[in-house]
Design a protein around this ligand. Structure first.
Ligand code: AMP
Length: 281
């Protein structure tokens, strides 16, 4: 594995190493890697001659400065994992490599409804930051295939929209969420949970799983309220629990029994914000 820190060197390297027929797969991350990230890399390895992974904790997508400061950084362990996983290129840029003209005047993206709901509503500016970094990374890597996790369901929708807006040619692969054996979605932020919080955290996936298994055609409000109540009773601060249209993220009052849905939640366990989602059916 080659580690590249400079944007210009990354482009030169990929120009030299790739031909028109060698496909490039790209897995962008913020590090503190776990098996979920590695599953994206596995997917990328199957379909591409060259796999590029990036580790960059993007300051522009953190609406909460404390969350940014406390974001786990485990770079040495990450490098070891990526090497073992058979990644060809690790791109490890500094903030100035990604934003050479500073972060003051970055482009803004017309994300419409997507930016007003759920994560968009509770993390103002977050998806603009995601688009800023993804736009820059994709211009640099020019991947044929991009691998992202369903764990960040709305982020995948935003990146799909970004691909439409910019016209960049790339296939987005949305990969399933890897979970711990008790059901907790793997996440870099789980490292910040103490033992007691870690035990409690599993309630989030439990609540979503219950919605998934018990949702019936008809009004959705009672099942969503019961889920919210269960989370609050267990000491979570709830940003949202919702049942949304899986394609548009609209929040219907009723389910007709056939429209594909997704149930999503974002909660705080003390300082740590956890998100998860499950498709219905
Ligand atoms: P992050 O480092 O949190 O920005 O995540 C990098 C990529 O890994 C994103 O596309 C995430 O959706 C994906 N990812 C995070 N957690 C998981 C998981 N548990 N299973 C599969 N993919 C994941």
């Amino acid at each position: 594995m080659i580690v590249i820190k400079r944007a210009s060197l990354l482009r030169t390297y990929l120009d030299e190493e790739t031909t028109n027929s060698s496909r490039v797969g790209f897995v962008p991350t913020m590090g503190a890697l776990h098996e979920g990230h590695l599953s994206l890399i596995e997917g990328a390895k199957k379909e591409n001659a060259i796999v590029v992974c990036s580790i960059f904790v993007n300051p522009t997508q953190f609406n909460d400065p404390k969350d940014f400061e406390k974001y786990p950084i485990t770079i040495e362990a990450d490098i070891e994992l990526l090497e073992k996983a058979g990644v060809h290129v690790l791109f490890l840029p500094s903030v100035t490599e990604i934003y050479p003209n500073g972060t003051g005047q970055l482009p803004s993206y017309d994300l419409g409804y997507l930016e007003t709901v759920l994560e968009g509503k509770y993390r103002p500016g977050h998806f603009q930051g995601v688009c800023q970094v993804m736009d820059r990374l994709m211009q640099l890597v020019k991947p044929d295939n991009l691998y992202m996790g369903q764990k960040d369901y709305q982020q995948c929708m935003v990146v799909k929209k970004l691909i439409q807006l910019t016209g960049i040619k790339v296939n987005l692969h949305t990969c399933i969420t890897l979970r711990e054996t008790d059901g907790l979605a793997m996440s870099s932020r789980n490292r910040r949970l103490n033992a007691e919080e870690r035990q409690k955290a599993v309630i989030v996936s439990g609540v979503l799983d219950r919605i998934r298994k018990t949702v019936q055609p008809g009004p959705l409000e009672p099942i969503v309220s019961a889920a919210e109540q269960a989370l609050k009773e267990n000491g979570f601060k709830v940003d949202y629990v919702a049942v949304a249209d899986a394609d548009s993220l609209e929040l219907p009052d009723e389910w007709d029994g056939s429209r594909p849905l997704v149930t999503l939640a974002a909660v705080y366990l003390n300082e740590v914000r956890l998100i998860d989602n499950m498709l219905i059916p």
